[in-house]
Ligand binder design. Structure first.
Ligand code: 28F
Length: 641
């Protein structure tokens, strides 16, 4: 190696060490959190590089394996990372990609750098946060290998270790996340990996993605969708009775921006609209989604008028009306996306709005003209929704006029807290009058409000807003929250910082909890997304020994606690009664006191998965519900959506 390269090697190796050290010092800066979410983000960084190779047209199959030891292996059949010396760093390109921060940038020419939620921090971050990582490159009939240890330090330079078939090419990476960084867990969740890998297969039509789990015998799933996002819409609509047969599939390109839209209406009253930029989920939407939605409303109004279905003096269809029962996916590829919004997941590029609008409008209008039958069904659905919206407005005004929706007129149901400071206030939604009574007695009346629920509330999965508003209990909940509902909803008016569902740990209790979660998810989703919703966890057992009384949440905690007692300690253990049988003191002591209780925060980890759970559990179809409950009984019990 001549002097120049050697010198360069020293300076860049210092930069490398500082870079990797920086990542280990503040991992949150690079992967968001070091929780389970951050752990799984490592996989997305590596998978995204393989997907880029597929987008470039060189990779057709990506395999992800969860190892017995919770390692992850990602394997692609692309060209294989170049093994030459990288001009800028004096290191092999492989070592550059895996040890220089952000070295994984754009791969050569145009193409789209697909990047995970934090926009492609690169493979070197994964290396820095792993106990070890090894890369194998298959190219020119040889296998090249390099291993990095203790947060990315190369053990030795890249070297050829063996021969392989001359026509075998690709990159295989295996890594073991560092438990010193991922202190919460280093165990990978198969469902999380499966859902996202399936989504990536939908978003990249024709690419096969296979997931293996070596921790269990022959556990694998393989995804391959020639139809791409139209097959995604078909899956999302599976249990929702589509109202027209064709899944509308639009794709177009302008100014190096690719736009794809797939949509189909179903008979429910909810909308499932999901948008992506370069395979990144954009839950806050943005200009791509806005452009398509504007076109959808404009073209449906235009068709409704020109076909005479909408008379001149009829009110036009609003955005909310054309969203009812709509399952739609908007996926765009953009060479230089700009993200904004609270969680940097809203697309900001203004030029996209117009491009998405007219690419979709032209194709959608052509579809309606060529499919008059399906067009009529779609327009009729929107017109019915429009009438229901007007009715809901009247129902809201009516109830407000009668004073039902204002705070004073339902003293009998809500025992409000004295504090008016939302940031310290919390409301318990309690199953049954007796538990409600004990909760009112046992609570801290300054900060804790109690709303006893009389048995099951209406299943809103199958109800429009006007029907929900006609339900007494739901009106009480809407008023207690203070945010309003539907188009009036305003999160800043939420009267409590915590909304705590307190139901028994039995089947009835979990059914009421799921009914409430359905209500919150369908009509108060921002409240759930902001993390205000919790489930109280009443103890399942009480253990008494000497003067000590210990409440435990479940069998596991019981066994751990019993194991912690001195040998041959005399103790009594009993299964707790239901909330209704606890006295005020016990209820407060075990489930409400903010210093003693254990709450489980309800999160919307994955909107699509949550939507799927609710429509299966609460939708019309009985079959999927029974099959779902049978296969996921434990999952239903721990419904964290
Ligand atoms: C298991 C994870 O990382 N696959 C990859 C390639 C292919 C090329 C490449 C990657 C650095 C900046 C060029 C090959 N031949 N799977 C992967 N496959 N990176 S990562 O190049 C990265 C260089 O620009 C590649 C010709 N061009 C690009």
């Amino acid at each position: 190696m001549d002097e120049k390269v050697q010198a360069n090697y020293d300076s860049s190796s210092i930069q490398v060490l500082e870079g990797l050290e920086a990542v280990r010092k503040r991992p949150g800066m690079y992967i968001g959190t070091t929780s389970s979410r951050g752990l799984h983000h490592l996989v997305w960084e590596i998978v995204d590089n393989a997907i880029d190779e597929a987008l470039a047209g060189y990779c057709s199959h990506i395999e992800v394996t969860i190892g017995k030891d919770n390692t992850i292996t990602v394997k692609d059949d692309g060209r294989g990372i170049p093994v030459d010396i990288h001009p800028k760093t004096g290191l092999s390109t492989v070592e550059t990609v895996y040890t220089v921060l952000h070295a994984g940038g754009k791969f050569g020419g145009g193409g789209y750098k697909v990047s995970g939620g934090l926009h492609g921090v690169g493979a070197s971050v994964v290396n820095a946060l792993s106990v070890w990582l090894e890369v194998k490159v298959y190219k020119d009939g040889h296998v090249y290998y390099q291993k990095y240890v203790n947060g990315g330090h190369p053990q030795e330079p890249l070297r050829m270790i063996e021969d392989c078939d001359i026509d075998r090419t690709g990159t295989t990476v295996t890594f073991l996340p560092d438990p010193e960084i991922f202190t919460e867990t280093t165990v990978f969740d198969y469902e999380i990996l499966k859902n996202r890998l399936r989504e990536l297969a939908f978003l990249n039509r024709g690419l096969r993605i296979t997931l293996y789990d070596d921790r269990e015998a022959d556990k694998k799933d393989s995804f391959y969708y020639e139809g791409g996002i139209t097959e995604y819409v078909a899956l999302l609509n599976k249990n929702k009775n589509p109202i027209h047969s064709t899944i509308i599939d639009v794709s177009g390109e302008e100014n190096d921006i690719m736009v794809e839209v797939a949509l189909q209406y179903n008979e429910t009253y909810n909308s499932g609209i999901y948008s992506f930029v370069n395979n990144i989920t954009t839950p806050e939407g943005g200009t791509h989604e806005d452009g398509v939605k504007m076109a959808l409303t404009r073209i449906l109004n235009k068709y409704a008028q020109s076909s005479g279905m909408l008379k001149n003096n009829d009110t036009s269809l609003m955005g909310e009306d054309v969203k009812e029962g709509l399952t739609m996916i908007v996926s765009i590829k953009h060479p230089n996306p700009q993200f904004e919004g609270q969680t940097k997941t809203k697309l900001g590029n203004s030029e996209v709005r117009g491009i998405a609008n007219h690419i979709f409008a032209e194709a959608f209008e052509r579809f309606l003209m060529e499919h008059p039958e399906e067009a009529r069904v779609i327009v009729e659905k929107a017109m019915t929704a429009s009438r229901a919206r007007v009715a809901a407005k009247k129902a809201r005004e009516l109830t407000r006029r009668k004073g039902d929706l204002d705070i004073t007129n339902f003293y009998g149901k809500l025992s409000d807290c004295k504090s008016k400071d939302a940031s310290v206030s919390e409301i318990f939604l309690v199953e049954g009058d007796s538990a409600g009574g004990s909760a009112i007695k046992g609570r801290d009346s300054v900060t804790q409000a109690i709303l006893p629920l009389r048995g099951k509330i209406l299943n809103v999965e199958k109800a429009r807003l006007d029907r929900a508003l006609s339900n007494e209990e739901i009106r009480t909940i809407i008023t207690a929250f203070g945010t309003g509902i539907g188009e009036e909803f305003d999160l800043s008016k939420l009267r409590y910082n915590k909304i705590i569902i307190m139901t028994d740990a039995d089947v009835d209790g979990s059914h009421i909890r799921v009914l409430l979660l359905t209500l919150f998810y369908r009509f108060f989703k921002p409240i759930v997304e902001a993390g205000h919703v919790y489930a109280a966890q009443p103890p399942l057992f009480v253990i008494k020994h000497g003067k000590t009384i210990k409440y435990v949440l479940n069998e596991q905690e019981r066994d751990e606690y019993l194991a912690s007692l001195a040998p041959n300690t005399k103790y009594e253990i009993a299964r707790m009664k239901g909330l209704g049988e606890m006295d005020a003191e016990e209820l407060n002591e075990t489930t409400m006191d903010i210093n003693k209780r254990v709450l489980r925060q309800i999160t919307v980890e994955d909107a699509i998965a949550a939507d799927d759970v609710f429509s299966k559990l609460m939708g019309e179809e009985v079959e999927p519900r029974r099959e779902f409950i049978e296969t996921n009984a434990t999952y239903v019990e721990n419904l964290d959506v």
